[in-house]
Design a protein around this ligand. Structure first.
Ligand SMILES: Cc1ncc(COP(=O)(O)O)c(C=O)c1O
Length: 462
């Protein structure tokens, strides 16, 4: 990593790269109340301070399954012999759990990983650490280019494959892993259509693939149709919901072909480092047998007791509905307006900022943290990002950051991701205006279409 490039301007820094909640959106008082309650009660503080069960703090497993059941609309639909909480395992957040899933369900020489691109770039290192080979699959219009993926899977399946790891009774080694963020994607903001979700499950079943979805933005959604109230439930099923219900439904003893990675980072605070995995009970049991969970239980045990209080009291849902959603909706609208005002006249186009779940409905929704923009094809996004940093003290993330590491077949030389969750609300429009200045400066200098070459150095954009 090189040193961060210093800005050459006295302007105050504006950071539209950082995917954090603004500090004012952290539920400090609610977390204080929940933690005091958890710590004051012997029934929670003693288990909270001890080694816990492999799949995590049982009351939180149950609370999460009830909550996701309400939100995704499958409340109470349990199979014979299934108990509430069986489909949930407590994790140390989506990133930590991705590493555990790979430890249990992948083999470095047998399993191929396919990342939908543009991708959540920080997941690349987690895949690299596990030794698997990663390939890129374009997102396309529907959320994943299924034909492209199908060809890749068929080509790999035709090759002989051997394994390094021995089979464990609680796990299964999948031939392929497909990783995506199907709802309000980081970075593209795109939502995968229902038909694409269904076809993707069918493809995964056919090719022995596990689909890992980071479903970390699903509950942060709002209406984009004026005078329509914000939805209180998800507008689309997750891939795991499709996998559970699409005929022929998997048998009771199936590991299934999808796992949902949930996280409290975006709705309670990233520092809680707590999340959950949701999948078939058999998959969840296997995941809980990951070596690091067998040694002392699931991560985040004490925090799990506090998060459970937040859920049981209704405070978390209240925070999402009454604080986060109105704030993110407003912030997103400010940014879209600013893009229309300052960037559209420069030829910049905007990615998805409204999604309609049925073709017959004009009602739209949007959510998450990010807006994806495309500069004109003669303007390179890395060059603009550097110009923005030096001339405008503005930090933005160029599309190259979201290319799949090691597979340069799917590229984004003219794209930029803008985040509306972190900066001061009043600075969002100014940030976009400054980006417009940087684009104009690059265009005037004639340096527009040259990339910087090589790997993107994150330090340049901090
Ligand atoms: C798609 C996606 N997955 C995972 C994470 C990180 O989640 P966690 O903090 O639970 O590890 C983020 C955070 O930006 C994200 O956008």
């Amino acid at each position: 990593m090189g040193d961060a490039i210093p800005p050459l301007t006295p302007k105050k820094e504006i950071n539209l790269l950082r995917g954090w909640p603004h500090f004012s959106l952290l539920p400090v008082e609610k977390i204080k109340k929940a933690s005091q309650k958890a710590l004051a009660d012997e029934k929670t503080v003693i288990p909270g301070l001890c080694y816990g069960p492999d799949p995590g703090f049982q009351p939180l497993r149950e609370s999460i399954q009830r909550w996701t059941g309400r939100f995704f609309g499958d409340e109470g639909k349990m199979r014979d012999g299934e108990k509430i909480g069986d489909r949930i395992c407590i994790t140390g957040g989506a990133s930590q759990n991705l590493a555990c899933v790979l430890q249990v369900f992948s083999d470095p020489i047998y399993t191929n990983v396919w990342m939908v691109a543009p991708c959540y770039f920080l997941a690349c290192r987690i895949f690299e650490d596990s030794g698997v080979v990663i390939g890129a699959v374009p997102e396309g219009d529907e959320g994943v280019d299924l034909e492209y993926l199908r060809k890749k899977l068929e080509t790999e399946d035709a090759k002989p494959a051997t394994r390094l790891k021995s089979q464990k009774p609680w796990s299964k080694i999948y031939r392929h892993i497909i990783y995506c963020v199907p709802t309000f994607s980081n970075p593209s903001g795109k939502t995968m259509s229902l038909t694409c979700r269904q076809s993707l499950i069918q493809l995964a079943r056919k090719h022995d693939a596990l689909i890992i979805t980071d479903d970390v933005y699903d509950s942060l959604l709002w209406s984009t149709t004026p005078s329509t109230s914000n939805p209180t439930k998800a507008v689309l099923p997750r891939l795991i919901d499709v996998d559970r219900t699409l005929e022929p439904t998997p048998g009771k003893d199936s590991f299934g072909n999808a796992m949902s990675n949930g996280s409290f980072s975006k709705i309670a605070g990233p520092g809680v480092r707590t999340g959950w995995a949701e999948a078939s009970p058999k998959f969840i049991y296997g995941l809980s047998q990951c070596g690091s969970s067998r040694s002392g239980g699931a991560p985040s045990q004490l925090t799990a007791t506090m998060i459970n209080e937040l859920l049981v009291s209704g405070d978390l849902e209240n925070h999402i509905q009454n604080t986060l959603i109105p704030a993110y909706k407003r912030r997103c609208e400010f940014m879209v307006d600013a893009i229309t005002k300052y960037l559209s006249p420069l030829g910049v186009s905007v990615g998805e900022t409204s999604f309609s779940s049925t073709s017959s409905s004009s009602d739209g929704v949007f959510g998450g943290y990010f807006i994806w923009i495309d500069l004109p094809s003669d303007i390179n996004a890395e060059v603009v990002s550097l110009k923005a940093r030096q001339q405008e003290n503005l930090i933005v993330a160029p599309g190259k950051l979201f290319e799949v590491y090691g597979d340069e077949s799917v590229t984004f030389p003219n794209s930029i991701r803008l985040c509306f969750s972190f900066e001061e609300e009043k600075d969002l429009a100014e940030g976009v205006e400054r980006l417009g200045n940087a684009i104009k400066a690059v265009r005037e200098s004639g340096a527009g279409n040259k990339g910087l070459g090589g790997e993107v150095d994150l330090a340049l954009f901090r």
